[in-house]
Write a protein that binds this ligand. Sequence first.
Ligand code: SF4
Length: 224
Amino acid sequence: MPTEQSLALSELFFSLQGESTYAGLPCVFIRLAGCNLRCRYCDARYTYEEIGGNKSLSEIIAFVDLYPEAIVEITGGEPMLQENVIPLMQRLVDQKRTVLLETNGSIDLSSVPDGVTIIIDVKCPDSGMAHANRLENLTTLNKSAEIKFVLCSRKDYDWAVACAKAHNLIDCRNGRALRPVLFSPVSGYLPPAELAAWILQDKLAVRLQLQLHKILWPESDRGV
Ligand code: SF4
């Protein structure tokens, strides 16, 4: 008898979505274990420093079913490292759930099922992981995808602007981006007001994104 597909899980919890155009909405988080990168500012080291527990797709979906009105975010670590994330996303989409996939963008995303909103966290130079970006992903994304640049410095900002323009993500002529482009300052590295001033000065059609969970729950480093 075949065993059921499973995933190595870091945590499963219910909170508020914090870092996309869905920010503020109640959300079930499926945080998978393991990551292929080591960003300098990583606040989820436990996803790769601790051994995750395995759960079957049915067990994960049973937890999601406890919150029928919530959106669902699959995150990590890097969720695309585990092939069984694909059937999990497909089952959730088939159940008509709103599904977000937050990924570091270093892995080919062409197998992500239609109906999933991809949020790519493009790695800027000060993350120390910019070499790992698979920028081809930016040219094949569907319309619902969101591109997030997590910024530590002015150097990161300049790099992000150049990258967004090179991939035609920002259409300044019409005063709005072709798709949501999020500029998110790393807490403790880049003051949000400084980033706001740069965006206004450059009249950029990007969204300033604050890390909502760090504002709401500054003392909590997991489960939020
Ligand atoms: S990709 Fe995300 S989880 Fe992985 S090291 Fe970077 S910040 Fe941490």
